[in-house]
Design a protein around this ligand. Structure first.
Ligand SMILES: *[C@@H]1O[C@H](CO)[C@@H](O)[C@H](O)[C@H]1NC(C)=O
Ligand SMILES: *[C@@H]1O[C@H](CO)[C@@H](O)[C@H](O)[C@H]1NC(C)=O
Ligand SMILES: *[C@@H]1O[C@H](CO)[C@@H](O)[C@H](O)[C@H]1NC(C)=O
Length: 461
């Protein structure tokens, strides 16, 4: 097998070209060219951004600074990923994944650049004294842009095509994908068809810390919080948490600038009504989760800071008795999985009388919350690694290998139809997807993977 030919220096300009894939070979050539990334310029730019702080409003300045920090943080990640690709020189399979990651990094950098660009433009209307400095910054940004046009931040489409071709090549001689029946179910977007990504892939504020957690968007946000993101971390032994952390935008979450910060459920944990297990979701300004030492869903209202509770049916397994599992390992305290879809909040669980098969019910957002009619499935919970809901259809995943998870099962709550042959694959950035939930606002799947926050786009047909 001919190895992947990689000639690339870190963060150097590169071009990608592909050789025609033969029957048993996937090859990708990275060719180094031109000069290294102008880190010094980025540094000066950031220095000026800091100086600028005194002249513009503090909130705007924070945003600008966070964007700069974001750029600074993404670039070494890109360098790292290229280094990985470099070292995996004869693992064509991993190379495809690595390329996907690089594509993702590039996409993120481009997005930050765009946002930085629009932010500095809006600053120009702010104050006369700031304008002069901003002019200088825009000039330097222009140089960074030029660097971009010289393909540092490479055309997204080229990468996509290359990645796709490599993946096709990869699946072409790995296994034959069996034709699958698509799950039915009325949906404003059409039928659930496939998943692409990862789109967002970030270590966020605490890189490498808090292996268990969840993140996402509130599908029914209060006015003024439409762009907000939330994150829950199980800060005690990967089991318990006692606050939800809020971010006013995706880039704030990526660079780790949290305002308004933590919204405390209680001053410590674990205690009555604190969070147990990673499968929490936010909906309508409230956090829904399995609460400490109870077979109940707790709803924490973030504006009133009060908790209301709905108990699950007798026989419901809790306190880490029926968890999601992969291979011979299970994810602690995943007895209750909360999920959002177009219709609201669901809880997925199992009971002794259902012999460990998945059961799901709607959590009606009444005061206090109430449970809808339970729906029974014939899929065994410990054979499943995660579940999520899209348009009233339950989907279950299973672990394939360190880099792949399969959405293999669906249950349509409107027809009761089950499908064990969904056959949609997720490309993972880390082996364990601790929590997975669907955001109906933007049709993204949010995954929390060993402390990394990743999102995938759901495609409908
Ligand atoms: C920045 O914004 C200006 C004006 O909207 C636009 O002409 C320019 O192409 C933008 N640059 C980047 C890198 O997006
Ligand atoms: C899903 O998309 C990937 C490429 O992103 C493709 O390789 C795969 O065949 C698609 N799967 C299905 C079931 O359409
Ligand atoms: C939270 O409390 C406020 C004030 O009582 C109420 O208007 C709102 O509907 C509550 N939210 C949820 C999700 O119960």
């Amino acid at each position: 097998m001919k190895p992947l030919v990689v000639v690339a220096t870190l963060c150097a300009l590169f071009t990608l070209s592909q050789q025609a894939p033969s029957k048993d070979k996937c090859m990708c050539e990275l060719t180094n060219s031109e000069k290294a990334f102008p880190y010094d310029k980025l540094g000066n730019l950031e220095g000026n951004a800091v100086k600028c702080n005194s002249d513009v409003t503090s909130q705007k300045a924070r945003k600008l600074q966070s964007l700069m920090m974001g750029l600074e943080r993404r670039l070494p990640e890109l360098a790292k990923d290229i280094a990985v690709l470099d070292s995996e020189n004869d693992e064509q399979m991993y190379a495809a994944i690595s390329l996907q990651l690089i594509n993702n990094e590039l996409w993120e950098i481009q997005r930050l650049m765009d946002e930085l660009n629009s932010t500095t433009l809006s600053y120009q209307r702010l104050s006369a004294s700031a304008t002069q400095q901003l002019k200088g910054m825009r000039g330097k940004m222009g140089e960074l842009e030029a660097y971009d046009s010289m393909q540092v931040v490479k055309r997204q489409q080229d990468n996509r095509r290359l990645t796709r071709d490599l993946q096709e090549c990869r699946t072409g001689h790995q296994h034959i994908v069996q034709p699958t029946r698509r799950p039915r179910g009325a949906c404003p977007h059409g039928k659930f068809d496939n998943v692409t990504g990862p789109r967002v892939n970030t270590a966020g504020e605490y890189p490498g810390s808090y292996k268990y957690g969840a993140w996402g968007r509130d599908p029914r946000p209060a006015a003024g919080t439409e762009s907000w993101y939330w994150r829950v971390m199980l800060i005690s032994s990967n089991k318990y948490g006692h606050y939800v952390r809020l971010y006013t935008s995706l880039s704030s979450l990526i660079v780790g600038v949290s305002t308004p910060g933590n919204i405390l459920i209680s001053p410590s944990n674990p205690t009555t009504n604190t969070i147990q297990g990673p499968n929490a979701v936010m909906y309508d300004g409230a956090l829904y989760y399995n609460c400490y030492n109870q077979d109940s869903v707790c709803r924490f209202n973030t504006s009133t800071k009060t908790v209301t509770t709905v108990k699950l049916p007798a026989g419901t397994r809790y306190n880490s008795k029926s968890n999601f599992c992969i291979l011979d390992e299970c994810y602690l305290y995943t007895d209750l999985d909360l999920a959002t879809d177009e219709s609201g909040v669901w809880v997925i669980y199992t009971t002794a009388q259902d012999f460990g098969n998945l059961v799901l019910a709607k959590v009606e957002d009444t005061e206090p919350p109430q449970l809808g009619q339970p729906r029974r499935t014939s899929v065994y919970k410990s054979s499943v690694s995660n579940t999520f809901m899209v348009c009233g259809v339950l989907y279950a995943t299973r672990y394939i290998d360190r880099s792949t998870e399969e959405i293999f099962y669906s249950f349509d709550t409107s027809t009761g139809e089950e499908n064990f042959n969904v056959g949609v694959f997720l490309h993972k950035v880390s082996p364990n997807i601790i929590s997975l939930n669907y955001s109906p606002v933007d049709q993204m799947l949010h995954a929390y993977c060993d402390s990394i926050m990743v999102s995938y786009k759901v495609l409908f047909s």
